[in-house]
Ligand binder design. Structure first.
Ligand code: C2O
Ligand code: CU
Ligand code: CU
Length: 436
């Protein structure tokens, strides 16, 4: 697992860390050195761990020779600390991000750069890391050990270098259309790691899809998984599932139980998922890939009971919505426009509740993301969402629709909403919501 950022503060309730981005050589796959960008020297970067109520202070230093930002994906925090394209950190500059993690925000988030037009490039070079926010009143027994799984993919050349095709080439055009995918699948920066589990043991896996475009449809070879949470933390009740789909940017929390024989192994698989238009669908998209091996030891764990109720996820009342908007996703555009930093697309009042009708009118999935505020999905294609959860991402499949409800509480500012396929975002599939 990635290491945790070291808390420099001794004061209770304060998490103060330092983070830098630099260019260096790291062995990503074998012993071949790759030129990467790294946070604190590692890919993925170290995990930011904090608790609800904590004040977080991040001293960031940009040691790259290009401008960057650090965006705290999914966190409900002030605009100044959002790390959006509005606040670039130039080479050699420092910036302090500070925010308080509000009660109810426990969940799994992630951080990544968000400079205008080059987010995809910087993430592909290695800049991404996890955020874990815990709650004092977490309903899951402390005996359930946690694992963090940061999923990503990359494409590497024979010589170890990251395969970023030159602008204007056919390969680069395909990446722009599809979103860049890589054939090497990483879990916490490793290829096909092993996770050990004891008989009867229950583990809590926090899974982050930090790839630029790849959708992970995961299954644990014939085993059931218990889905307990998504982007903004735990659900109200656990749900047993045999597979889950995580679009890029999304997170899930699952419980996995050791129910194999001693020495028996199963793979966490990435099943085929067709998010593509036929013209640029990758050749091997139908191949099931293994992500990690789960292996059972001969030890037996003490029984754990999984609580039937997790926490309350209060519904945002649809009757309280005062504004309705339509967000039309086409190839590379939102409502027919490419992003303009000097334009405000939606102007909203602080504390208002709005319903957004997001419609994808093209033959390719677009995972939609809103900064700053967690929302709830009302329905997909008119079918009511079967359970409530806090989300900051909703994948809108080809020619489908999703309706979300969101309250713009606490933080005025200019907030991005965009397709999280990084190539689409970088090419302008993004808009600006101003809350004031
Ligand atoms: Cu994950 Cu605009 O970000
Ligand atoms: Cu974000
Ligand atoms: Cu898109």
């Amino acid at each position: 697992m990635p290491s945790a950022m070291r808390n420099l503060s001794r004061t209770r309730g304060i998490v103060e860390v330092s983070l830098f981005a630099d260019a260096r050589k790291l062995a990503l796959r074998s012993n071949r050195a790759t030129d990467v960008f790294a946070y604190n020297g590692t890919v993925p970067g170290p995990t930011l761990e904090a608790r609800e109520g904590d004040s977080v202070i991040v001293h960031f230093e940009n040691r790259l020779d290009v401008a960057t930002t650090v965006h705290w994906h999914g966190l409900h925090i002030p605009f100044d600390s959002d790390g959006s394209p509005f606040h670039p950190v130039e080479p050699g500059e420092k910036r302090t991000y500070s925010f308080r993690l509000r009660p109810g925000s426990a969940g799994t988030y992630w951080y990544h750069p968000h400079p205008n037009h080059s987010t995809g490039h910087q993430v592909a070079k290695g800049l991404y890391g996890a955020i874990v926010v815990r709650a004092d009143d977490d309903p899951l027994p402390a005996r359930i050990h946690e694992k963090l799984l940061v999923l990503s993919d990359n494409r590497l050349r024979e010589d170890g270098s990251i395969d970023l095709p030159p602008d204007g080439s056919l390969a680069s055009h395909i990446d722009e259309e599809n979103g860049r995918e890589g054939d090497v699948l990483f879990v916490n920066g490793q290829v096909l790691p092993t996770v050990m589990i004891r008989k009867g043991e229950v583990q809590r896996w926090r899974i982050i899809n930090s790839s630029a475009a790849r959708v992970f449809r995961i299954a644990l070879e014939g085993q059931k998984m218990i889905h307990v949470g998504s982007d903004g933390g735990l659900f109200e009740v656990p749900r047993e599932v045999s597979e889950l789909t995580l679009a890029n940017g999304e997170r899930v929390e699952i419980l996995v139980r050791g129910s194999l024989k001693p020495g028996e192994k199963v793979a966490l698989q990435a099943l085929p998922y067709d998010r593509y238009i036929p013209q640029t669908r990758p050749l091997h998209w139908k191949t099931t890939r293994d992500l990690l091996t789960l292996e059972q030891t001969s030890d037996v764990a003490a029984e754990v009971t999984i609580p039937a109720r997790l926490r309350v996820v209060p519904a945002i009342d649809t009757a309280s919505a005062t504004v309705r908007r339509v967000v039309t996703l086409s190839q590379g555009l939102i409502n027919g426009k490419a992003m303009d930093m000097n334009r405000v697309d939606f102007l909203a009042k602080l504390d208002d509740t709005e319903i957004w009708d997001i419609e994808n009118i093209v033959g390719m999935d677009h995972p939609f993301h809103l900064h700053g505020f967690q929302f709830q999905v009302i329905d997909r294609n008119g079918v009511a969402e079967p359970f409530r959860s806090w989300k900051d991402m909703v994948n809108v499949p080809k020619h489908e629709t999703a309706r979300i409800i969101v309250r713009f509480a606490n933080y005025p500012g200019k907030w991005m909403f965009h397709c999280h396929i990084l190539d689409h975002e970088d090419h302008g599939m993004m808009g600006i919501l101003e809350v004031k």
